[in-house]
Design a protein around this ligand. Structure first.
Ligand SMILES: [Mn+2]
Length: 245
């Protein structure tokens, strides 16, 4: 039995095959979930799937964390040398977790790479490099030498959308630490946040109870009221649903 007061939130972790191989996850994800009242449960994506799913069965929410690039062959027919750090195990594991979460009404918060793999898992496509491939796009890859909590652009939120309702505002300031972005949204997703250059920065799944993807990093903005509202709503939804896969 899980505690009804602190829902367990599964957070996916990527694998870095360097020497020695390590798992990588920014501590900010754990801090954001904990601060909002959740208990993080880490989901190492290179585990055998039966082990991974036995961990996920204990979770009431799925947080798809940031990381390196989704394999372009998952959404287009040509490889792309600009995609870095492709991790097939992670792509496959996260797509599996997304399918289970969607089928079981488990709330999903998808951050940065997370919004990208969510879109790909549901049938959409990405720009392998938004600044080069999306006409008129501005700079979005403010890394690695700049602070992760610096506001870099604004986002306009779709009126009446789940995200706009949670944040209770039509425009927010965000950080920007990505070089890929959504090209074609999946048919099951609705775009609810756009940057000034029309880069897609937020989606929801309108036919699901609580699925939100954001292209920025709210976990790196601990002082930001809107980021706090997003994590609070996610944890509260996980607490209420408390469903298992
Ligand atoms: Mn951006």
């Amino acid at each position: 039995m899980k505690s009804s007061t602190s829902p367990q939130i599964g957070i996916t972790i990527g694998h870095n095959a360097g020497s020695p191989p390590v798992y990588e996850l920014g501590a900010a994800y754990l801090q954001a979930v904990t601060k909002a009242g959740g208990t993080p449960l880490l989901l190492p994506t290179s585990l055998p799937h039966d082990s991974l799913l036995s961990l996920f069965q204990q979770c009431s929410g799925l947080l798809l964390s940031g990381g390196r690039d989704v394999d372009p062959l998952r959404y287009q027919t040509r490889p792309d040398p600009r995609a870095k750090g492709i991790d097939h195990d992670r792509d496959e594991a996260e797509i599996l977790l997304i399918e289970i979460a969607l089928a079981n009404g488990i709330p999903i918060l998808a951050i940065c790479r997370g919004i990208q793999i969510l879109n790909v898992a549901m049938g959409g496509s990405l720009y392998p490099d938004v600044m080069q491939d999306h006409p008129g796009a501005q700079k979005h890859d403010f890394y690695p030498n700049l602070p992760r909590d610096a506001y870099r652009h604004t986002i306009t939120l779709a009126s009446g959308s789940l995200l706009q309702t949670i944040m209770n505002t039509d425009m927010i300031q965000v950080n920007s630490l990505h070089h890929q972005s959504i090209k074609s949204p999946a048919s099951g997703l609705q775009v609810v946040g756009m940057a000034e250059d029309d880069t897609i920065e937020a989606v929801v799944a309108p036919h699901k109870d609580w699925v939100i993807g954001v292209q920025w990093h709210p976990e790196c903005l601990p002082q930001d009221t809107h980021a706090q509202k997003l994590f609070a709503a996610f944890i509260e939804t996980a607490r209420k649903r408390n469903k298992q896969p």
